[in-house]
Design a binder for this molecule. Structure first.
Ligand code: GCB
Length: 643
């Protein structure tokens, strides 16, 4: 049976006269040639509770104001819709929800017919269809990544009236989505009401849905900078920035590029759509706690002048932050700027009370303060791409990132077929396209704990990893495995082996004493076999905050601490050899589906969901600052606990 959301899309294509963009996906920034109008705030919202969730498409809810179609409620954007109301039906809803808001497009934008007016959605989970004034302008598959559409032509048809933006979002996951899932229809009328179905998934976080990241309008001239790629290296004290600029809307544009340092001093310039900038006395981009001036960013200003049909000579300006650094992997080390880098960090989730996965600046800033307090120099974007705003913070603060795609829970053999692979490749294209210029991103993770032992996995991962490497030869590529799985089908292709294990938790529960032996065996086996550097990409234990027992018992703060200590004793031996990192599972407690193994979510955080430290956070803090003191250069202000 075709998923019902596919049917809806076929239907909606009747109204499809807009155009979606397919190329660059530069983060929207204001400049002398670009303006932004944010559309965050309250939107009108309606979930389609009809039996097949298809009423909105049958009745074409996008053709008139949503309030005229039936009952609507207020919904904040960005935010997951799940935890906003008191209605469990909406929290656990599967299917289409409808968002709508009106916006006055500035008259000056409309009058200037040469100006592109682009509607951009930072991310919406999972499948989105977008209309402006009832005209479909784009659709997009996949959460966590942005999409946009030029809406200038549609908006100019109704000057003097606001534009009505309608976005339908469907969170249904099937065998070929990323992450995959299945819809299970319960057909026994003695046990379930008619039409009852559930969404099954193989991942351990709540399937939050809605418009998760900012929605905005931005403008560019008709001849515009569509994309920029920078790749960096250095030789002695000279930094080298190779760049490519792609311009759309003119074949004869002139491109000027200049690089400015943090003090606003121009350090080098170039002309042409591609070139190499040489930076004397370079300030390299260094990770936090590896240098006393981490996260150094230059500003690369790109100016494009072009003759256009509409406005004669126009100019487009875009400024990109650029960090100059190199990444290399040997058989036992991870090198940043030719120096060994040890990942002492965390795994995170985009997750918090009320907002779910919605972007929230106070939360982002709090998390960065906590990362720095902890002495963490890195995190993995488990298990999907995080907001660009978060990566920009990483660039600025020197927090190193393993950038993971939403390939989590690929456990069904049918999710290894060509259809899934094709979509997975597209997602990697979109991810690399979005994040390729972030100096903080040093490695791509193509999946978390896939069923790599299954027969089709070999071809799947070979294709996926080699494709990712061809997209970006300047970074490392990995996929994250569970220590119980057989890595043979993936390991030959990855640069770094990432392994998750939960000794004394999911295996030998309560037996802390087995950890050192089992962890040692894991490392020795895997290094012996693959001869690649290893990151312990997950380890940890649930702790219900405030629950204590000595001697330690599972779920107490003491137990979580002791698990960590046992792991650390082995890390300390192996990090002198080939273990290049340790990432705790997890930075903070987070919400999951309801199951008998979760007490209102996963409690493996070293911070609570409200970002208060458990005992383990203090232990980790002591350790991370200790490692930093041994291996790095502490910032001058860093007094604790090394003073
Ligand atoms: C894992 C998964 C992660 C889970 C964690 C756990 O291996 O990668 O998503 O949340 O274990 O706590 O079970």
């Amino acid at each position: 049976m075709k998923p019902f959301w596919l049917l809806c899309i076929c239907l909606s294509s009747l109204w499809n006269v807009g155009c979606s963009l397919g190329n660059g996906m530069l983060f929207p920034r204001e400049s002398p040639s670009r303006e932004i109008k944010e559309l965050n705030g309250l939107w009108t919202f309606r979930a389609d509770f009809s039996k097949d969730r298809n009423l909105g498409f049958q009745k074409a809810w996008f053709l008139s104001p949503l309030a005229e179609t039936g009952p609507v409620i207020d919904m904040p954007v960005p935010a997951s819709y799940n935890d906003i109301t008191q209605d469990a039906k909406l929290r656990d809803f599967i299917g289409w929800v409808w968002y709508e808001r009106e916006v006055w497009v500035p008259g000056s934008w409309l009058q200037d017919v040469g100006r592109r007016i682009v509607l951009r959605v930072g991310s919406a989970h999972y499948y989105s269809v977008v209309w402006v004034n009832g005209v479909k302008v784009t659709e997009h598959e996949g959460g966590h990544l942005p999409f946009e559409a030029d809406i200038g032509a549609v908006a100019r048809k109704t000057p003097g009236a606001p534009c009505r933006i309608t976005i339908a979002v469907n969170n249904t996951l099937d065998l070929h989505t990323l992450p995959p899932g299945t819809i299970q229809h319960m057909n026994d009328p003695t046990r379930y009401p008619a039409g009852y179905f559930v969404q099954n998934t193989n991942f351990d976080f709540f399937n939050y849905a809605g418009i998760h990241r900012p929605v905005l309008l931005y403008t560019t001239p008709s001849a515009y900078i569509d994309d920029i790629l920078v790749q960096t290296t250095f030789s002695d004290s000279t930094g080298v920035v190779s760049y490519q600029v792609s311009v759309v809307g003119s074949d004869s544009a002139t491109v000027k590029v200049s690089l400015t340092d943090k003090d606003g001093k121009c350090v080098t310039t170039s002309t042409g759509a591609s070139g190499v900038l040489k930076v004397p006395n370079v300030n390299l981009w260094w990770p936090y706690l590896m240098h006393d001036n981490p996260g150094y960013l230059y500003s690369m200003e790109v100016q494009v002048s072009a003759q256009t049909n509409y406005n004669g000579l126009t100019e487009d300006v875009y400024t990109l932050p650029v960090g100059i650094r190199t990444v290399q992997v040997t058989t036992s080390q991870f090198l940043i700027n030719n120096k060994p880098f040890y990942f002492h960090g965390v795994n995170k989730h985009e997750d918090s009370d009320i907002r779910g996965k919605g972007l929230d600046w106070p939360l982002i800033v709090k998390d960065f303060n906590l990362l720095k307090w902890l002495g963490a120099n890195s995190f993995r974007t488990s298990h999907y791409p995080y907001a660009e705003e978060i990566l920009q913070m990483c660039d600025r603060h020197g927090i190193v990132v393993i950038d993971e795609c939403p390939g989590v829970g690929i456990r069904d053999i049918r999710s290894f077929d060509n259809k899934s692979l094709t979509h997975h490749l597209v997602v990697m294209d979109e991810l690399v396209r979005r994040d390729k210029n972030h100096p903080s991103v040093v490695m791509w993770s193509v999946a978390n704990e896939p069923a790599a032992e299954m027969q089709p996995a070999g071809y799947y991962f070979k294709t996926l990893i080699s494709h990712t490497k061809s997209l970006d030869p300047t970074r490392a590529v990995t996929f994250v495995s569970n220590s119980n799985y057989n890595l043979d089908k993936g390991a030959p292709y990855v640069d770094v082996v990432c392994v998750n294990s939960y000794f004394s938790w999911y295996h030998d529960p309560g037996h802390l004493e087995v950890i050192p032996l089992q962890l040692n065996t894991q490392f020795e086996n895997w290094y012996g076999k693959y001869k690649k550097p290893i990151i312990q990409s997950e380890y940890g234990a649930d702790a219900v905050p405030g629950l204590h027992n000595d001697p330690p018992m599972m779920f107490t703060e003491e137990y979580q601490k002791t698990v960590l200590q046992n792991y650390h004793s082995v890390f300390d031996k192996k990090r002198k050899q080939y273990v290049i990192g340790e990432l705790i599972w997890n930075f903070a407690d987070f919400m999951t589906a309801q199951t008998i193994t979760r007490v209102v979510g996963n409690k493996k955080g070293v911070f609570t969901r409200q970002r208060q430290p458990k005992s383990a956070a203090y232990l980790l803090r002591e350790r991370y600052w200790g490692i930093a003191n041994e291996t790095g250069v502490l910032p001058l202000w860093a007094k604790y606990p090394c003073s």
